[in-house]
Design a protein around this ligand. Structure first.
Ligand code: NAP
Length: 310
């Protein structure tokens, strides 16, 4: 019987692991086949405190992981396939194993959203991507499009200027959602231009992307636009499929928590982007992981004390 199982290995999951390990709980982290969370798919992280020069996302996550392991966290790179939270002990299954636990911390994060337009899925990996770090280098001297108007879109566009001869940001409104510093940087970049009030209606090309079908929402025009790559950066969806019907979700699909760590199931805690509609930062996820581990520890203490004094 595990005392703490942590599902997820982004900043929330691994910070929970560091705190739980340092509380001598020997946590088991089910890290997922693609461990490390969204920072594994990002480039330079400039806003994580303690790294004044910035740090690459994957390097930061390796440091989190090393720190958790140093204190005795056990990390298994397996995907969770099912959970059974209707009775105690709590049960977490992977394809190969069945684990029992007194507490579970859910830190499954969120995943990049797609536009869901014709051609997008067929051309994934052949021009269409959500990860500039992974795929940007394939488009040297090409015309690259980034869809979205938030910080992620600005970050992707700026990063892609290292490769593309030109980067066009396509945004559905005429005002960016991005923070001023990121927006100013992108707008000032000589390789970046913007198409406002414009949506992508289809991705064109076969077998590789050659362009986009665009729709201008102000003048109503529809036209084909030549481009070699499309990076979709339109936000994220929380990874909650495992918990539907098991944990309470809010209207936006995030795991509901009245106090930021507990869920509707006693002994099951939540941390990070899977519960965070608003902030979604590595540092807020890490803080949430710390809180969830401390609350899980308190819960275990009370539970084990009650059993011992029976
Ligand atoms: P976001 O802030 O939610 O922005 C998503 C953008 O995509 C918005 O501009 C939105 O348009 C657009 N969009 C959403 N659905 C769309 C659709 N179906 N079709 C076309 N456009 C669509 O998401 P994010 O940029 O991923 O950022 C998430 C959080 O992470 C934010 O808090 C951000 O500050 C943070 N972040 C920070 C950094 C950094 O500091 N370096 C980097 C990346 C992310 P509307 O504006 O019209 O809604």
């Amino acid at each position: 019987m595990e005392r703490v199982i942590i599902i997820g290995s982004g900043p929330a999951g691994l910070t929970a692991a560091i705190y739980a390990a340092r509380a001598n709980l020997a946590p088991l982290v089910l890290a997922g086949g693609l461990y490390g969370g969204q920072l594994m798919l990002t480039t330079e992280v400039e806003n994580y405190p303690g790294f004044p020069e910035g740090i690459m996302g994957p390097d930061l996550m390796m440091k989190f992981r090393e720190q958790a392991e140093r204190f005795g966290a056990r990390i298994v790179n397996a995907d969770v396939s099912a959970v059974e939270f209707d009775a105690k002990p709590l049960v977490v299954r992977t394809l190969d194993e069945r684990y029992e636990a007194k507490t579970v911390i859910v830190a499954t994060g969120a995943s990049a959203r797609w536009l869901d337009v014709p051609g997008e899925e067929m051309l994934r990996g052949r021009g269409v991507s959500t990860c500039a770090t992974c795929d940007g280098a394939f488009f040297r001297d090409k015309h690259i499009v980034v869809a979205g108007g938030g910080d992620s879109a600005m970050e992707e566009a700026l990063f892609l200027t290292r490769f593309g001869r030109k980067v066009t940001v396509i945004h559905r409104r005429e005002a960016l959602r991005a923070s001023k510093i990121m927006a100013d940087r992108a707008m000032a970049h000589p390789k970046i231009d913007f198409l406002w009030n414009t949506v992508v209606e289809a991705v064109l090309g076969d077998p590789v992307m050659t362009g986009l079908r665009l729709h201008n929402r102000v003048d109503g025009s529809r036209y084909d636009f030549d481009a070699d790559a499309l990076f979709v950066a339109i936000g994220h969806t929380p990874n909650t499929a495992l918990f539907e019907g098991v944990l309470d979700l809010n209207a936006a699909g995030y795991i509901d928590s009245p106090d930021g760590t507990s869920t509707n199931v006693e002994g099951v805690f939540v941390a990070g982007d899977v519960n965070d509609v608003r902030y979604k930062q590595a540092i807020t996820a890490a803080g949430a992981g710390c809180r969830a581990a401390m609350d899980a520890e308190k819960y275990l203490e009370a539970m084990e004390f009650a059993v011992a004094s029976r």
